[in-house]
Design a protein around this ligand. Structure first.
Ligand SMILES: Cc1cc2nc3c(=O)[nH]c(=O)nc-3n(C[C@H](O)[C@H](O)[C@H](O)COP(=O)(O)OP(=O)(O)OC[C@H]3O[C@@H](n4cnc5c(N)ncnc54)[C@H](O)[C@@H]3O)c2cc1C
Length: 188
């Protein structure tokens, strides 16, 4: 993210965009709202989303509520939270790089650029989408070969990992993780 503080202020203030929209606000306790003004399911963890809804009716103390919900994941047949959506999306994105040609034509390169441009606009977690668009502006997608594209995607994913305080992935191993399987044969 280019400027965390400015971006955070902008979100919390609900500043108007160039298109005339007003971005949804983020609640004080960190719950991200959707364009409809309600807690955004695909922008929050399931625990946070549930806590936001429960806090309206529950008499539990916030600490009790948080600890009882912290380990919860959405049931598999429910709409995805930010983590389930993220895992599935990264699987798709890395798998696209894994099947990308080693020597792509100009048309194939154009296709993935267009896809990522649209993906960054319509990704269901709007805060994730905004940050991803900024990242893509600062780190132009590299489509010249499968190796370049796979590494670029790995770096994009590491950008989000860093933002979330997660460990970075070793991009020398992106192909083992997403195309060939590990060299120890554990995926064969
Ligand atoms: C474009 C995008 C933007 C996102 N932005 C946000 C956000 O702003 N806030 C938020 O809370 N969540 C965001 N997410 C979701 C977040 O990145 C995670 O998907 C989610 O937190 C679940 O994380 P996880 O630890 O299960 O593993 P994930 O990060 O989903 O990773 C899945 C698997 O990919 C592999 N992997 C990890 N890092 C790399 C890498 N660098 N290269 C290749 N493989 C790797 C690992 O094997 C890992 O188990 C975003 C997702 C996407 C697709």
């Amino acid at each position: 993210m280019a400027d965390d503080t400015r971006e955070q202020d902008r979100r919390e203030a609900g500043v108007a965009t160039g298109a005339g929209d007003v971005l949804p606000k983020k609640l004080r306790q960190g719950i991200i709202l959707g364009k409809d003004g309600k807690p955004c399911r695909s922008c929050n963890s399931f625990a946070d989303f549930k806590a936001a809804k429960s806090s309206i009716t529950t008499t539990s103390s916030p600490n009790t509520l948080t600890s009882s919900l912290a380990s919860q994941s959405p049931p598999p047949d429910c709409p995805p939270d930010v983590e389930t959506l993220g895992r599935s999306s990264w699987t798709l994105l890395h798998s696209i790089t894994a099947t990308y040609p080693t020597q792509p034509t100009p048309a194939q390169q154009q296709d993935v650029k267009q896809f990522l441009g649209l993906f960054g606009k319509i990704y269901p977690c709007w805060t994730c989408a905004e940050d991803f668009q900024v990242w893509m502006k600062e780190n132009r997608v590299r489509t010249e070969s499968r190796e370049e594209f796979g590494r670029w995607m790995c770096e994009a994913h590491n950008g989000v990992n860093r933002k979330l305080g997660k460990r970075e992935f070793d991009c020398n191993r992106w192909e083992e993780r997403w195309r060939t399987g590990w060299k120890d044969g554990s995926c064969d």
